[in-house]
Design a protein around this ligand. Structure first.
Ligand SMILES: [Zn+2]
Length: 499
């Protein structure tokens, strides 16, 4: 891990310079400094908004708190950025002669970066780019006697949670019904198919149900598990809130009653239900699913009882649907998922302030869909009748209107006007979704031209933009300036004295 340590040291030096010269942090955040934290970290709570770029945070702030407000995550005292690039299959590590980067990561390679400290290819979990297994920080924490938790609004076998508690050549190898081929990757194994006894081609649900890496497992994805998995969980002493055998999902009431040292609770057969849909359908069965904040509160409660050595705990919490609704270009649902994630951050921060021995890290795995805030009343190149060519000829300096050939007009066939919450339903519509904010006068409604927050998407895919990182507690000073996603592994491992 020498490479990671060296990279981290230089990143920290840069961070210190930036913090001094531009005054990272606000007056508000300075008052939130971890005065109660004595420098000995017992617990790490690592929260990530999947697909949450810097502009997702800005849009959430303006939507819910107005221009002068702050999301809770923005009040954490340490701010920085994380580079997120991945590697191509069979690549070496950065700095090695055979390193080949892929500038846009997926959730699997990003999760492997912070869980194991290595760059890997998109779709890989707990293996490096050459397919070699790498230990994860959650496995290391468990081995060292910490209690561990893994929480997500996605299927718990999905890439982000799986990156801490499984090793797979292909993230699609989730289980229980799967084609053995979907678990193989012969490009990585030199043309050979691995025997099904090899962990790297064993369905992720089977691994999670048997390896005991996480004491508390909360999220979705019950249909990935079967009755053999349930038996394996019970044999290890898990309190199983949702029965894989009967495919009965757990509810928020079941979660409230849970009290075991090891708890397995899945609240949907697939991903959890988006918050906006629960708000719009309060009488539905899905509305009984716990929120991310509720799952975080309960996890801290269950894990906070102390490990074998009184060491504390390591908890990962994922707001997964920010990404999934950004892929769908559904800004209304994306915004509610950002708020739900921020509510979970508030739970973690409250605990950390009272506890005094907790490092809270809030970040993302990558940006999704090029989410952007455009000027009220304006439109994007995607809507323009004649998008500008990608050269600077004719672009007059200091001219703040776009230099679009043949005038600044919209193409009616590509822009049918403002559409909120259904951008994905119309492939020809590149128009913005508009939202009222806390600053708007009463009576201004979402989806109108009077609403002040105008949001657009560049694409339906991930982008290579750096993502923000906010942190609180001893060790958070290492997360100022720009760090790489693989550095997060070392920062957590060092905070918990795992190496
Ligand atoms: Zn995604």
């Amino acid at each position: 891990m020498k490479r990671t340590v060296a990279a981290l040291a230089s990143a920290c030096a840069v961070g210190a310079i930036i913090a001094t010269s531009v005054g990272v942090g606000t007056a508000e955040s300075a008052s939130a400094a971890p005065a109660a934290n004595d420098g000995r970290i017992k617990n790490v709570i690592y929260l990530l908004g999947d697909g949450m770029g810097r502009t997702h945070v800005t849009a959430g702030r303006e939507r819910f708190y107005g221009a002068n407000g702050r999301m809770v995550m923005e009040t954490l005292p340490s701010h920085g950025f994380v580079s997120t690039y991945a590697a191509e299959k069979n690549s070496g590590q950065p700095g090695q002669p055979d390193f080949v980067p892929n500038y846009v990561t997926d959730s699997a390679s990003a999760a492997t970066a912070w869980a194991s400290g290595v760059k890997t290819y998109n779709a890989a979990l707990g293996v490096d780019a050459k397919g070699e297994m790498t230990p994860t920080v959650m496995e290391m924490a468990k081995k060292a006697g910490y209690r561990t938790g893994n929480v997500s609004t996605a299927e718990i076998t999905d890439a982000t949670p799986a990156g801490q508690m499984s090793h797979a050549l292909a993230r699609g190898c989730q289980g229980p019904v799967y084609s053995a081929k979907s678990c193989q990757d012969t490009k990585v194994t030199g043309g050979a198919e691995l025997p099904t006894s090899d962990l790297r081609v064993t369905p992720i649900a089977k691994q999670i149900a048997r390896n005991g890496t996480a004491d508390v497992i909360l999220g979705g994805g019950l249909s990935r598990f079967d009755n053999e998995d349930e038996k394996a969980l019970r044999d290890q002493g898990y309190e199983v809130l949702s029965s894989p055998a009967s495919q009965t999902v757990a509810t928020e009431d079941d979660l409230a009653k849970a009290e075991g040292g090891k708890v397995f609770g899945l609240f949907n057969k697939g991903n959890l239900t988006v918050e906006k849909s629960k708000q719009d359908n309060p009488a539905s069965a899905e509305a009984k699913e716990p929120t991310l904040a509720e799952m975080t509160t309960k996890s801290i409660d269950l894990l906070g009882k102390g490990g074998e050595k009184g060491n504390g705990f390591y908890l990962q919490v994922e707001g997964a649907l920010i990404d999934k609704r950004s892929h769908a270009n559904d800004a209304a649902q994306t915004l509610e998922e950002i708020k739900a994630f921020d509510d979970a951050v508030a739970v973690a921060l409250d605990f950390a302030k009272k506890d005094g021995h907790t490092l809270v890290i809030v970040t993302a795995d990558h940006e999704c869909a090029g989410f952007n805030v455009i000027e009220k009343g304006s439109f994007t190149n995607a809507e323009a009748a004649n998008p500008p060519v990608n050269v600077d000829g004719g672009n007059t300096a200091n001219n703040s209107t776009p230099s679009r050939p043949s005038g600044n007009t919209k193409d009616a066939s590509r822009s049918t006007g403002i559409v909120n919450g259904a951008g994905a339903a119309d492939p020809h519509n590149f128009a913005p979704a508009t939202f009222r904010t806390a600053d708007d006068p009463a009576g201004v409604r979402d989806g109108t031209k009077e609403a002040s927050l105008w949001l657009t998407y560049l694409s339906g895919n991930h982008t290579g933009a750096d993502v923000p990182v906010y942190s609180y507690g001893a060790g958070s000073e290492k997360l100022q300036g720009t760090v790489d996603n693989t550095d997060l592994f070392g920062i957590v491992a060092d905070a918990l004295r795992l190496r």
